[in-house]
Design a protein around this ligand. Structure first.
Ligand code: RIB
Ligand code: CA
Length: 313
């Protein structure tokens, strides 16, 4: 096997974030340099604690966890306890973490890591609002050319929005940060609702994870049982979309996904459509194609990969 791919996971756990982190920590193809928490699904004090809980669940207290932005760049924080529960990680009863939070500010960790690692060595996996990433780019513009790639869960085009009729949550929480990142010129792979809505945690798929018969398998099934109830009721489907693990699965098996390079711009003016990702899917403008926008997934292959990797923890 070639050298593991170096990644930083920026996240707002959140049950689906948690499953993405477990998938990454179970995969030897990836070297998780650090996990940076951001305010999003729940406030920062909970997202950073939840990240530590998941590292302990995975038996990976060696992975440093950092706290980042406590709120978006300019807008007030909007959270999603109605989806993720009061703790942001409702479902399993995970113990209070013993591992310590790093003292260093997450934005400083992102900047120092990108400046310290070889040029093009580090991939940013972004699972929540893009506040930390934008702050790092503003704090040290020299990191922009050093980032290998940003793979992010966010946005929606054919599926439109999930928190408003036109905006997906991660982008809606901090549209200004998303604009900084999408205009940065860094190569972006975007996992919008158009693809994550095709990765449904059906009863059979959750049962296969529970049937692993391990603490991680049970906890993951409990996370998904809690997480998918909101979307099952909203969309009337068997299971809910498993958003964030699509980011990690792309690094492990990109062939599971298909999409096209498009221009993506962020609505930051209109309150009606604030945070919408305007994807030029049909190429009707000459705006730069700044993102590889995914639209399809081999869902069975995705869940087979996820289940097989969770079995390793
Ligand atoms: O819209 C889905 C995204 O918002 C996911 O990342 C979920 O964790 C929430 O952060
Ligand atoms: Ca998330």
């Amino acid at each position: 096997m070639s050298e593991p791919r170096k990644i930083i996971i920026d996240t707002d756990p959140g049950q689906d974030d948690a499953v993405a982190i477990l998938l990454a920590l179970a995969s030897p193809e990836l070297e998780v340099l650090g996990i940076t928490a951001v305010a999003g699904n729940v406030p920062l004090a909970l997202t950073e604690k939840n990240a530590r809980k998941i590292c302990e669940l995975a038996g990976r207290t060696d992975v440093p966890v950092f706290a980042g932005a406590v709120r978006p760049l300019t807008r007030r924080l909007v959270t999603a306890e109605h989806v993720h529960g009061r703790t942001g990680l409702d479902g399993p009863d995970l113990p209070e973490p013993a591992m310590k939070l790093q003292d260093k500010y997450a934005v400083d960790f992102i900047v120092e890591t990108l400046m310290g690692e070889p040029d093009g060595a580090v991939t940013l996996c972004v699972l929540g609002p893009l506040t930390n990433i934008a702050l790092a780019m503003i704090r040290e513009p020299a990191i922009v050319s050093r980032i290998r790639e940003i793979v992010l869960m966010g946005g929606g085009y054919f599926e439109q929005g999930n928190v408003t009729p036109s905006a997906e949550f991660n982008i809606y929480v901090d549209p200004q940060a998303a604009e900084v990142v999408f205009k940065s010129g860094v190569p972006i792979v975007m996992m919008p609702l158009d693809v994550t809505h095709k990765a449904l945690t059906t009863n059979a798929r959750v049962a296969a994870i529970r049937d692993l018969g391990t603490p991680v398998g049970l906890a993951t099934a409990q996370l998904l049982d809690f997480f998918d109830r909101y979307d099952e009721q909203k969309y009337g489907t068997d299971g809910g979309p498993l958003h964030d693990p699509c980011v990690i699965a792309y690094l492990l098996k990109p062939e599971l996904f298909s999409g096209r390079h498009c221009n993506v711009e962020i609505e930051t003016s209109s309150e009606l459509t604030m945070g919408a990702t305007v994807v030029d899917w049909w190429g009707v403008t000459d705006r730069p194609k700044n993102a590889l926008v995914m639209r399809d997934i081999d869902a069975d292959g995705f869940f087979t990969l996820l289940t097989e990797r969770l079995a390793r923890l």
